[in-house]
Ligand binder design. Structure first.
Ligand SMILES: O=C1C[C@@](O)(C(=O)O)C[C@@H](O)[C@@H]1O
Length: 898
């Protein structure tokens, strides 16, 4: 057993920051750190170079290149990243990276217990690890720590989030964690040095950086995943009411929460619904129409390529990248030399690995589309890429759990098989860019190889010289399609002459960000396989070539005239380069729907009040969510029925979007619940995280109230109080959901049907006492009109004080947006304490509209555009705008989670 003894410091004391911080540096690091560094330097054999022809050459000069400051990087030994659905997750990393906070976030969302090794140590010994070491010496401390870690990893190997302390990473602990990582996710939590420094305070920042550099490789060796915890500085102000002066501190954590939970859901691999159900880690956005359909199976999708070097410039607007794109491809390219980041002649240093992790996390934090991780090997340099560097970069990519990763098919079978084995839930794209004729057997052979080795899809690109090359590619595509067993393929020509083939490639065509198209020629010089068209150009080409048709969309409702949906959707179409049009149909009956449907360019319609229930009788099929709610707010046309006359599945429905023709059937869905769920999630503090005793209050008993109840059930709320003046309607609603709970449909969380069913209570009058057995509500959704409807004046509703007793506050959502400053909103802002967060219809409308946009167009919605447009177009009932409120909310949009 090797331990840090004598005058040398223990690894744990360093990474835990428990030293006084006086004057230690790399030379005084623990032997375990030093030993590993030395061996890492020595182990690296002669370097090999990789070429498109699949041959490698030894580069002797690399051997003699002196390695300077950056610390070399060695990822954990190969492992399969396949875990049992409820396998415990261990978090490791230096103190101050946020492990404990992330553990709590994960524990609440996944209903797992937090096991903190440092706490266990204190409970077992009565000392902190630092004090114990001081008192009994390092050897004793390490023995005790090892024993404790071993027992904890065995005892809590399921359903726990295990937070490791620095002592866990002493040499014996490293072996235990490496072993644990073979069957469990072990996540290395990384954070910027500045934030860690602020947290620890005990070290000088330069020393901290040295420490990070030294400890990084050890953490990486013991882990199979890496999460870069971006420090959130600003709260998502828009969640707080416009005139709520101070923003509750918890809101700053909201984005970190979402990014981490998304990461967890990715590494858990939600490849199928049944797998998702077994898993205690919920997918981040179930219910979004496109989130259940694999991107590579949809038609005419594109992936916007963003080079790492451009991301480093920090001028990229990440959310804008997503507009009109179905994936974001992070291209690990040659970076600025001064940063020593050229992958062709540099090993993946700790610094570079961290940089890549940071950028990947930044992209995730601001977007919803999948991430493709691509290590570029084709830079226009005479020097060929180095095999070791390439593999290190790809392996590092797998640690970030991207949805897709490319692997160069010119690698030997063994290397590819190794990556296939380690991919976990990441899908592997066998990639090759070569100047070889499409008629050459080379491509078919590579396709068969990729299939044989277990790639999930392939990407073949070829630099085109002539327009005719675009015809040749079609014949190659036909050949692939005719094969008996296929995997999805991405296949297009690059360069100016290749643009046409890129436009008509069906799957994940590479596109260039709109803002970078002016430097295309220069970029292509650097990287010949770079994309040549933008997402908007690709979309334009599909419409201009009659592959797609301009469609007409509507909102149908009795008082739809005030709706902001047309402005919101039209702005989104424009941002994505779609020539669609969205308009209002204000009508007292649903009769005119027939006329809309007769129009061959009918693309779909939003259904507004009071038709959300009535319209169901006009549909041929509705989604499971709409059925569970008993109301529809979105209709899409179906133009191709299955042979047996039934409606195609989700993928089939998406494949016929944007194409005109006669309508055979109507399909209905409900996106209101998705919008309500987003608003609840955004406004609910960790203190109010949903637990079995959490209670929700729904005001009203109409279609929207049903969507609100469903959203609450989806979030696991099991105690729901309905306030409605007409008791009979409330009873109908309760009967509906009680029936549903006794026979839960697919997709409702297990919580609904298992252990205890949801409990409902009806309140009819404001004077009713809050019911016994129900806690004060932390989620309140008001679904009653806030403006005059016909002869009925707007109900000036406020909540009786007695019902507002939650000590931790909660979230109040007023669904309407015609009148914003309602009595209820005023009451919460003025009378309730600060822990209450208000959301209104201007928050909700875009959230339900994103899912609607997906259903209408088959594309992800340009979220920021839609949020902004709603605010910009809003006026009150007198046609007045509120520039101050709009400005505050517009400014806050950048900080909102996607
Ligand atoms: O209820 C609403 C609001 C809405 O009708 C509007 O634009 O106002 C749009 C609908 O999709 C949604 O269900």
């Amino acid at each position: 057993m090797a331990t840090a003894v004598g005058t040398k410091r223990a690894f744990s004391s360093i990474v835990d920051g428990t030293t006084s911080g006086d004057g230690w540096g790399p030379s005084r690091a623990s032997p375990s750190v030093q030993d590993w560094r030395t061996s890492a330097l020595e182990d690296r054999g002669p370097r090999q170079r990789l070429g498109v022809d699949g041959t490698y050459s030894i580069n002797s000069s690399a051997r003699s290149t002196p390695r300077t400051t950056p610390t070399p990087f060695l990822p954990a030994s190969s492992d399969s990243r396949s875990f049992e659905p409820n396998a415990s997750i261990a978090l490791i990393g230096i103190r101050g990276t946020g492990k404990s906070t992330l553990a709590i976030i994960a524990s609440v969302a996944t209903r797992r217990r937090v096991v903190d090794i440092e706490n266990l140590f204190q409970e077992a010994t009565g000392f902190s690890t630092a004090k114990y070491r001081k008192q009994f010496g390092s050897s004793n401390h390490n023995l005790r720590q090892e024993e404790l870690l071993r027992t904890a990893l065995q005892k809590f190997d399921h359903n726990a989030i295990i937070v490791c302390n620095g002592s866990s990473l002493e040499r014996s602990g490293q072996a235990l964690l490496q072993e644990f990582a073979r069957t469990h996710p072990v996540i290395h939590i990384v954070r910027d040095a500045g934030s860690i420094h602020k947290h620890l305070e005990v070290l000088e920042e330069t020393k901290l950086r040295e420490l990070l550099s030294m400890s990084g490789p050890i953490f990486r060796r013991c882990s199979n995943y890496e999460f870069y915890n971006i420090s959130e500085t600003k709260a998502a102000q828009s969640v707080a009411p416009a005139n709520q002066l101070s923003v509750p501190a918890f809101l700053t954590l909201k984005r970190a929460e979402r990014t981490f939970l998304k990461f967890l859901s990715l590494l858990a691999g939600q490849k199928s619904l049944s797998r998702a159900r077994e898993n205690t880690i919920p997918p981040i956005e179930p219910g979004f129409p496109l989130s259940d359909v694999p991107t590579e199976l949809r038609n005419y999708t594109c992936a916007v390529q963003i080079p790492l070097s451009s991301m480093l410039a920090e001028t990229v607007d990440i959310e804008e990248l997503e507009f009109g794109s179905d994936a974001i491809e992070l291209v690990i390219d040659q970076c600025d030399d001064s940063r020593n980041l050229d992958i062709r002649n540099q090993a993946l240093t700790t610094e570079r690995a961290e940089l890549i992790s940071h950028i990947a996390s930044k992209i995730r934090r601001s977007t919803v589309v999948p991430l493709i991780y691509h290590v570029s090997t084709t830079a226009n340099s005479k020097q060929r890429p180095d095999l070791t560097c390439y593999l290190e970069h790809v392996r590092h990519g797998l640690r970030l759990a991207p949805e897709y990763i490319t692997v160069d098919l010119s690698l030997g079978d063994e290397s590819i098989l190794d990556l296939v084995e380690q991919r976990g839930s990441t899908k592997l794209i066998g990639h090759i860019h070569a100047p070889i004729d499409w008629y050459d057997s080379f491509w078919l052979e590579k396709y068969e190889t990729a299939k044989r080795l277990g790639c999930d899809l392939v990407r073949f690109t070829r630099p085109a010289s002539f327009m005719d090359d675009n015809a040749a590619i079609q014949s190659f595509r036909n050949k692939l399609t005719a094969l008996s067993e296929t995997i999805p393929f991405i296949c297009f020509n690059t360069g100016r002459a290749g643009r046409r083939s890129a436009c008509f490639n069906q799957t994940l065509t590479s596109v260039v960000p709109e803002t970078m198209k002016d430097d295309l020629a220069a970029r292509a010089e650097q990287t010949p396989e770079t994309a040549w068209i933008t997402a908007r150009e690709a979309t334009h080409a599909l419409f201009a070539s009659f592959t797609y048709d301009p469609m007409q969309f509507f909102i149908v409702g009795a008082s739809a005239g005030y709706s902001l949906s047309p402005a919101m959707h039209n702005a989104a179409y424009q941002a994505c380069g779609m020539p669609h049009h969205y308009q209002t149909l204000q009508t007292p009956t649903l009769n005119s729907l027939q006329d809309l449907v007769r129009n061959p360019n009918f693309g779909g319609t939003a259904i507004s009040l009071p038709f959300k229930v009535e319209v169901i009788s006009l549909t041929h099929s509705i989604s499971r969510h709409a059925r569970a709610i008993g109301a529809v707010n979105t209709l899409i046309p179906v133009r191709h029925l299955n042979d047996d006359g039934s409606i195609p599945d989700d993928l089939g429905l998406f494949q016929e979007r944007n194409q005109a023709g006669s309508v055979k059937a109507l399909y209905g869905d409900n996106t209101d619940w998705i919008g309500i769920r987003s608003c609840i999630r955004r406004g609910l503090s960790p203190a109010n995280a949903v637990m079995s005793a959490s209670c929700g209050l729904v005001i009203g008993a109409g279609g929207m109230a049903r969507a609100a109840v469903y959203a609450m059930l989806q979030l696991g709320v099991k105690n729901i109080v309905i306030f409605n003046r007409t008791h009979e309607n409330a009873e109908k609603l309760v009967a509906h959901f009680t029936r549903l709970a006794s026979n839960p449909p697919e997709g409702l969380p297990e919580a609904l049907g298992q252990d205890s069913s949801p409990k409902f209570h009806i309140l009819q009058s404001r004077h009713d006492a809050w019911p016994d057995g129900f806690r004060s509500p932390t989620i309140i959704v008001s679904c009653i009109p806030t403006h005059q409807v016909g002869e009925n004046p707007s109900p000036d509703f406020t909540i009786p004080e007695e019902w507002l007793r939650s000590p931790t506050g909660g979230v109040v959502i007023e669904l309407a947006y015609r009148t914003l400053n309602t009595p209820l909103m005023r009451q919460i802002r003025e009378d309730a304490h600060q822990s209450w967060i208000c959301m209104d219809g201007l928050d909700l409308l875009p959230e339900q509209g994103f899912a609607q946009f997906e259903m209408f167009t088959g594309k992800r919605a340009p979220r920021r555009i839609m949020r902004e447009e709603v605010l910009r177009s809003w006026t009150d009932e007198q046609g007045q705008t509120d520039p101050g409120m709009v400005q505050t909310r517009l400014e806050a949009i950048d900080d909102q989670e996607p």
